[in-house]
Design a protein around this ligand. Structure first.
Ligand code: SF4
Ligand code: SF4
Length: 143
């Protein structure tokens, strides 16, 4: 998820870095699928330290999601198009008092921020660059 958490960790990838990341992921997925089709068992090699570090990081982040997600809000400029509401995987958004309101089931996927056509969803009141420009094309918006 290149750039999904740039607002949180402070590092924002540029276009070519994102391109390179996506190319390397694409190659990795192709290799995994080819191995699977050929019936080969492939084990990812990973250092124990890295694994433990990832587990700790995951647990810390998971524990903080409910608190962090309370920082998401929409401005009064929301036009109630319903895109965020229909596409939130958690059903976490409703309309109240004329704009989108976020509840407690958020998993911080940030789909709502990237899909809002007028970019009025804020994190800690700050405007976030929409970095997943193709998201509207890949989602079924008619459901
Ligand atoms: S961040 Fe994801 S889970 Fe949270 S409200 Fe937005 S779309 Fe829903
Ligand atoms: S996508 Fe944006 S404009 Fe549409 S309802 Fe959600 S916050 Fe409002």
């Amino acid at each position: 998820m290149p750039n999904n958490f740039y607002f949180f960790i402070g590092k924002k990838y540029n276009e070519s870095e994102i391109e390179n990341l996506l190319i390397s992921v694409d190659k990795k997925i192709t290799n995994i699928v080819e191995s699977f089709i050929k019936g080969r068992i492939v084990k990812e090699s990973n250092s124990l330290i890295r694994l433990q570090f990832s587990k700790v990081l995951h647990n810390v982040f998971k524990g903080r999601v409910p608190k962090l997600s309370r920082n998401i809000s929409s401005t009064k400029d929301c036009v109630k198009c319903g895109l965020c509401l229909r596409n939130c995987p958690q059903g976490n958004i409703t309309f109240e008092n004329g704009h989108a309101v976020f509840h407690s089931k958020c998993i911080l996927c940030l789909r709502c921020i990237h899909i809002c056509p007028i970019n009025v969803i804020r994190y800690k009141g700050k405007k976030i660059d929409q970095t997943q420009k193709n998201i509207i094309q890949v989602l079924d918006l008619n459901k």
